[in-house]
Design a protein around this ligand. Structure first.
Ligand code: SF4
Length: 269
């Protein structure tokens, strides 16, 4: 997760930047800061990793609608999920499987970044952009260092400048901007394995919350039972003391009555 208090340090922006964008929400604050620096940006939506197709189209349409709203040109890459699957198939065994059911494995994400950046870098080169950047670094759930490495690698291969910025300090701003703009916000990274991981993570956290709630309820129940037991003991003690007092009182009255009778008899005699 994002270290608290991280500060965004803007670089000197190129004149014409092709910005690889993964989704509408992640594009909000980066587009804002690039516009403030006078950078002419075009979005490239190259995300063959996103599945299923309806999800890909939903994210694309959200990103495009936002781009139109802020007057930023938008180009779509090729949606060829089979190309993404082929790139993943070349990974070593186990590289595609999350070990704890929540954290995506870095090898899979590295291959995924590489595929997308290569496509965007080639597009940037063909269309005469000064540099290629990416909004992937917004997310505190992504591998920022690997994003940088793969962006630089793809740009070097294509013969274009890599413009990497760590946008993760802007993440809270992307959340508020996208909420304000009522943009669709997805709940998994993009590929089907990441969907399964996110679902398992949510189920795991729900189980944890339920277990904590049950433990709190059990502790409260035990506390109430202990309190009830103390109340019962106190009541039994009070009753015993009352009985003792009653016996003492009865004896005292008996003694007083006996003394009075002796006195009366003595007077009569
Ligand atoms: S988790 Fe995200 S970055 Fe990693 S492989 Fe899947 S889609 Fe790509």
């Amino acid at each position: 997760m994002l270290p608290s208090g991280s500060i965004f340090q803007p670089e000197e922006a190129p004149n014409r930047l092709l910005l690889h964008v993964c989704c509408g929400p992640c594009s909000t604050a980066p587009l804002r800061t690039l516009a403030e620096r006078g950078c002419a940006v075009q979005i490239h939506y190259a995300n063959a990793n996103i599945a299923p197709r309806e999800e890909y189209e939903h994210r694309r349409d959200t990103a495009r609608a936002y781009a139109e709203r802020v007057s930023v040109p938008f180009a779509e890459g090729a949606y060829e999920p089979e190309r993404w699957a082929k790139a993943m198939a070349n990974l070593p065994d186990g590289a595609c499987t999350s070990s704890d059911g929540m954290t995506p494995p870095p090898e899979r994400c590295r291959a995924c970044y590489r595929l997308r950046f290569r496509e965007s870098a080639a597009y940037a080169k063909r269309h005469g952009f000064d540099a290629l950047g990416t909004t992937l670094s917004v997310s505190p759930y992504q591998y920022t260092d690997i994003i940088r490495e793969e962006l630089e690698r793809a740009c070097e291969e294509a013969g274009i400048r890599a413009f990497f910025e760590d946008y993760s300090p802007l993440y809270p701003e992307t959340v508020s901007m996208s909420k304000e703009a009522e943009l669709y916000r997805q709940d998994y990274c993009g590929c089907l394995p990441s969907k399964a991981e996110a679902d398992r993570g949510r189920a795991f956290r729900a189980r944890e919350r339920a277990a904590k709630k049950a433990a709190r309820a059990a502790a409260q129940e035990a506390e109430e039972a202990a309190l009830e037991e103390r109340r019962r003991e106190q009541a039994a003690y009070d009753a015993k003391q009352a009985k003792k007092r009653a016996i003492k009182d009865a004896l005292r009255h008996e003694r007083i009555r006996g003394t009075e009778e002796v006195c009366i008899r003595g007077t009569e005699e």
